[in-house]
Ligand binder design. Structure first.
Ligand code: NIG
Ligand code: FE
Length: 425
């Protein structure tokens, strides 16, 4: 039945994360748990949320799919608000070099890193890129992800940047996960522009971005603001112009070295500042003041053996914190939501409740979709996940394991994972 009508009942915990605005600071702990909960979705939109005993009285026709979620938890679909999922090739050799002590930036400076993926992505056909992108989207869907953000940035020339964005557009049309696109042409400096960063940024601004914008291929614009990539001055000039062109802003900020990326994101009123592993106290309080979403990517710190972002300090400073995977072929290849939650809880001092808010409502805010998804509220889209755990604390406690049973998009079951019972009912 694919008519967008579903009634889920008897959930041991229905985690609503209720809200239309992002949650900051203390609010992030309020995830709205309803025991023995139920949800009604009609024509793809949530029309009822509450206790099963209160909703069960509604007469349901055979037009509704009925899901009995006894001894299971139900949450809003997860939002992965920072991924680089369209690319050619893989880089396992670099992963091994890093395990032997080479750093991410050393590999990049020697001509490896992002540039290796750029070569493979330029060579790949649209069909090849779409095929691997769809495979990754299916993997995300099986982890309960219902919306993501995806970036270009493996072309560094007009043709390939646009090819990546067009592939994202086409897979968005054919796959249940909703994709928000980001233009990340400023991901690295391609060889013809070596040491001419400003000239490369002008090329993007003058030759590439007007087309990207006119064709509606990207809502957001991002830059890798990092020591030895793009400086604060270059990033600021570039992002100001991008904003004037109508892009909403995101920044890869303070990922490795601290340059003041968080401060820049706040002064430009970016929608999100991402990574923030080495952000200063001032940068953190600026993000809080301007309501910029701090998107934290613990998988990257884990894989690069870098320090973790200071999530506890950010939340205690009233920031809006989101979590995401950063899925990419270099620094961090994972789509595991539960692994990110475990890292957040174990290494970044976040509570389980904060981690859930960060992967739902606040993730939705990082892609400007908090008014339509990211929580279980009447009026929002019926994007839900049913997980085979009796309580939500199991998500980070059972580390990196996927216990998602059903992923529901606009009221339709779009992924069913096989169930192996191992929890007493
Ligand atoms: O978010 N740091 C820049 N971009 C990615 C990595 C891209 C790559 O190595 O392919 C990141 O970590
Ligand atoms: Fe990234």
């Amino acid at each position: 039945m694919m008519n967008g009508n579903i009634f889920i009942k008897n959930a041991s915990q229905l985690i609503t994360v209720s809200g239309f605005l992002p949650k900051r600071g203390q609010e992030m702990r309020h995830i709205g748990v309803i025991e023995n909960g139920a949800v009604i979705v009609e024509n793809g939109i949530i029309t009822g949320v509450g206790k099963t005993s209160d909703l069960i009285g509604n007469a349901f026709s055979d037009q509704f799919e009925i899901v009995d979620a006894a001894n299971k938890i139900v949450l809003p679909g997860f939002i992965d608000s920072h991924t680089h999922f369209v690319f050619g090739g893989y880089r396992p050799d670099e992963f091994l070099l890093r395990t032997q002590g080479a750093s991410y930036m050393e590999i990049m400076k020697k001509g490896g890193g992002i540039k290796n993926t750029v070569m493979a992505t330029r060579q790949a056909s649209r069909e090849e890129l779409a095929e691997t992108a769809l495979m990754r989207l299916n993997a995300m869907l099986s982890f309960g992800v219902t919306a993501i953000e995806g970036k270009s940035g493996y072309g560094l020339d007009k043709e390939t940047e646009i090819k990546q964005l067009e592939v994202m557009k086409s897979v968005n049309e054919s796959h249940p996960i909703d994709i928000s696109a980001t233009f990340l042409g400023a991901h690295a400096v391609p060889s013809p522009y070596q040491s001419k960063e400003d000239a490369y940024l002008d090329f993007l601004l003058n030759e590439v971005m007007p087309d990207v914008h006119a064709k509606g291929l990207a809502e957001f614009c991002d830059i890798f603001c990092e020591k030895d990539v793009f400086s604060i001055r270059q990033s600021e000039r570039f992002l100001r112009k991008a904003k004037e062109m109508g892009f909403k802003l995101k920044i890869h900020a303070d990922e490795i070295a601290s340059q003041g990326g968080a401060e820049l994101a706040a002064s430009l009123e970016a929608i999100s500042a991402d990574h923030l592993l080495s952000s200063s106290d001032k940068g953190i309080s600026d993000l809080s003041q301007k309501g910029v979403v701090a998107t934290l990517l613990p998988g990257t710190a884990f894989c690069l053996k870098e320090r973790y972002a200071r999530a506890r300090l950010m939340i205690d400073n009233d920031c809006i914190v989101a979590l995401a995977t950063d899925l990419n072929p270099g620094s961090c290849y994972t789509h595991s939501i539960p692994l990110m939650m475990s890292l957040a809880v174990i290494y970044m001092g976040m509570t389980v409740e904060e981690a859930i808010t960060a992967f739902t409502l606040n993730g939705a805010a990082a892609i400007n979709k908090n008014h339509m998804t990211g929580s279980i509220d009447v009026g929002k889209t019926g994007d839900l996940v049913v997980i085979d755990y009796p309580t939500y604390q199991f998500i980070p406690y059972h580390t990196g394991i996927n216990r998602v049973l059903l992923t529901i998009k606009r009221g339709n079951i779009v992924c069913r994972n096989p169930r192996e019972t191992c929890y007493p009912s």
